[in-house]
Write a protein that binds this ligand. Sequence first.
Ligand SMILES: [Zn+2]
Length: 476
Amino acid sequence: MKLTFLGAAQTVTGSRYLLEAGGKRLLIDCGLFQGPRNLRRRNWDPLPFAAETLDAVILTHAHIDHCGYLPVLVRNGYRGPVYCTPGTADLCEVMLRDSARLQEEDAAFANRHGFSKHHPALPLYTSEDAEAALRLIGPREFDVPVSLGEDLSFRLLPAGHILGAASVVICCGHTVVAFSGDLGRPDDPLMRAPAPPVHADYLVVESTYGDRLHAARDPEDELAEMFARTFARGGLVVMPCFAVGRAQEILYYIARLKESGRMPNVPVFLDSPMAISVTDLYRRHMRDHRLTLSQLHVLDHAAFMTRTVDDSKAIASRSGPMIIIAGSGMATGGRVLHHLGLYASDPHNTIALVGYQAPGTRGATLEAHAPAIKLHGDYVRVRAEVSSISSLSAHADYRETLRWLAGMTCPPVRTFVTHGEPAAADALRRRIVETLHWDCCVPEFGETVELPEAPVRDSPSGTAQARLPNPLEHNP
Ligand SMILES: [Zn+2]
């Protein structure tokens, strides 16, 4: 059995792991590299294997750094199945179509302005490529074993994080390899707690927050204070927001604050067609989250859902306090740019940053309290308050990750720490070694490791496997 780390090795994007087991070749996650140019360039590198030689792709979840490379794989000849949960399948439709549209827009922009050394500049993939990829998706329910061949099967376990997110447990003979995917938080108000596999011989675990603990503050309090400050001075709030997960979480908190009378009943606009579509999906996947139908009903009515461009433009004709939630989450594009252009220069207003702002993005410029931001070619002065709400996160911190790991009944033979910047990955590795005393390493990009078959463990009665818990189950 062999495992090759084709992405998310000492970085947080481009999750792709090639597992060769039981005579089959499986790709676990098929993500885009995002962020700095040197990473994004890897999306254009030739595949290190012939796409048609893969037997199956298994996706942990629908974030683009986990599924966004799928259209390239399909364009290069992959025709096999793509497995994921039903929630991930539905989200992939939203995410991959949006990603293809952005790729096409970027290429068109480069051609108009002569940015690219390629003539014409081509998109990484097109909408047709995305549709071809979507046609290969075969949803599989959580907790149901799926056979991939003789003595080879997998199962998806709930990982919290976002709708449909899963950990993947693969059984080859009596050897078990598990991939955590992105782990959510045990006490998330919307998403269920991630469930660790009972046992794995080899484990790949994410480390986004391997060197950090989340702020102990209650996000509801942080938001309440920011809203109160802004409305007391007669301002409004512009909130660049991720469409998947974060927008719904913000609506949840706003609904609670209004219900408890901790904030005035100001109008709220969810000005993101993508976030509106994602909010609709919560109703179709009730097992994936903690919200009841009546809570979803409240969420649906917590904001005016502005789907059309005309509805979006009409927001500007209003005056008085209000909250405008719009994409994109790092203010790199989308409708939020229009609102920033209108409202960033007024010191009464607040720009609320409610998610991670990657270096080099407009959101990071705002977070660093730059005096101006560039919008559509012009500089706009930032005189609004810029407020970062730090207590919101869809990722487990290191203490929560250790708790998830400790839920396994016996230590893996080897644990691989991925999906973290080098300092975060190494910090989690050290903590796993010191706290759990597990054999643990941080793999390099492109590294291949041999995974020897796990020894058959004898029970006291001598019956192989008799004492082992079923690795395909999980701890509740
Ligand atoms: Zn994710």
